[in-house]
Design a protein around this ligand. Structure first.
Ligand code: KIV
Ligand code: ZN
Length: 391
């Protein structure tokens, strides 16, 4: 089966930066954009230029600094938004305007106080207007996840005719189940005339913890672009995590999805974004969390020490983590103690290990984690000679 190239659209600097407390200054945004370019993303959504002079300037500076990826600016289906975004993207080598409007019943009735007919007209107008500035125009149907499929198909067909190059199907509220979201993409593939000329994009929020699963269901049903953020940051519970979708594609090669990401940079860029935004990564976060390659129970430690693959499906080096961690806790067993003791220079005989293990448990029961210093003290108390000393 032929490879299916998936475009990675990073919105860390737009949807991600909307998070309270995550605001960045322009120089930090340019720094992150350059690291995203080195990571290999295809599109960088640099900001929402009309939203503030600072965001406008960030899009200008990112557009100047970035050479290969497309640089994208967000707009509403509003004349001034589109003009300001076009202006901010003047220096981009590959500019894209991302325009759109709410399409669900709830958005049309309560937020926009409008009708389907008017929304369709505004959508077509916005795409045509954006197209008068740039060739590459992405249309988002906000709240597509809760939009009636027949109306969604109708509006997408109309914006395609108006010149949209990418069709974004956001699950704005993170409501969809993976099979439902996948079926939506399939329905659009089968019912929108001319859709083969455009790229279908996923943009999934994580309100029910399904953003990654929904994005994967999207590409399994014909989408070719995933919108995502580093560390999964974004409005409310966040967006699809870039590192998760990329590693899913890599760990399941039989699916034949390819992308351009240099996975060894995933952990370093995760740390950079976390530091610059002052937003810690939860320790159990897949791929980039501090515990993603840490093993603390005796059964797991014994397995990993014998063969890493028994409890790890990813080689930590592949994602830029130096090595797996064997953490010493009251749940650890003899294999882990012997392993960590050897790392700090003590080769324990079976008898010595039995003695060390007994004292270790007493210490470990009173602590969350036993450090190398603690272990050295325990070993020295039971009179084990370090291999370093015995040389
Ligand atoms: O979640 C959403 O619908 C969005 C759009 C503006 C693309 O972020
Ligand atoms: Zn969003």
């Amino acid at each position: 089966m032929a490879d299916k190239r998936i475009y990675i659209f990073d919105t860390t600097l737009r949807d991600g930066e909307q998070v309270p407390g995550c605001k960045l200054i322009t120089s930090q945004k340019v720094e992150i954009a350059q690291r995203l370019e080195a990571l290999g993303v295809d599109v960088i959504e640099a900001g929402f230029p009309i939203s503030s002079p600072g965001d406008f300037q960030s899009v200008v500076d990112i557009a100047k600094a970035i050479k290969i990826p497309t640089v994208c600016g967000l707009t509403r289906a509003v004349k001034k938004d589109i003009e300001v975004a076009a202006d901010a993207l003047t220096y981009a080598k590959n500019p894209r305007i991302h325009t759109g409007i709410g399409t669900s019943e709830s958005h049309i009735k309560y937020k926009l106080r409008s009708t389907q007919e008017e929304i369709l007209e505004r959508a077509v107008w916005a795409v045509k207007y954006a197209k008068s500035f740039v060739e590459d125009v992405e249309f988002y149907a906000e709240d597509a996840g809760r939009t009636d499929n027949i109306f969604l198909a109708k509006i997408l067909e109309a914006v395609l005719k108006a010149g949209a190059t990418v069709l974004n199907i956001p699950d704005t509220t993170g409501y969809c189940l993976p099979d439902e979201y996948g079926a939506k993409i399939k329905f659009l593939q089968e019912n929108v005339k001319g859709i083969d000329k455009a790229i279908i994009s996923t943009h999934c929020h994580n309100d029910l913890g399904l953003a990654t699963a929904n994005s994967i269901a999207g590409i399994q049903n014909g989408a070719r672009q995933i919108e995502c953020t580093i560390n999964g940051i974004g409005e409310r519970a966040g967006n699809t995590s870039l590192e998760e979708v990329v590693m899913i594609m890599r760990q399941h090669p039989y699916l034949n999805f390819t992308n351009n990401i240099n996975t060894r940079q995933l952990n370093p860029i995760s740390q950079l974004v976390s530091e610059r935004m002052g937003m810690p990564v939860q320790p159990n976060k897949a791929i980039v969390g501090a515990n993603a390659f840490a093993h603390s129970s005796g059964i797991h430690q014994d397995g990993v020490i014998k063969k890493r693959e028994t409890y790890e499906i990813i080689d930590p080096l592949e994602v830029g983590v130096d090595q797996s961690k064997i953490v010493l806790t009251a749940r650890s067993g003899r294999a882990a103690i012997a392993y960590r003791a050897k790392n700090i220079g003590f080769e324990l005989s079976k008898l010595q290990l039995d003695k060390v293990y007994k004292s270790f448990l007493q210490v470990a029961d009173g602590k969350k984690e036993v450090s190398d210093e603690d272990l050295t003290e325990i070993i020295e108390k039971v009179n084990v000679v370090s291999t370093e000393y015995s040389k």
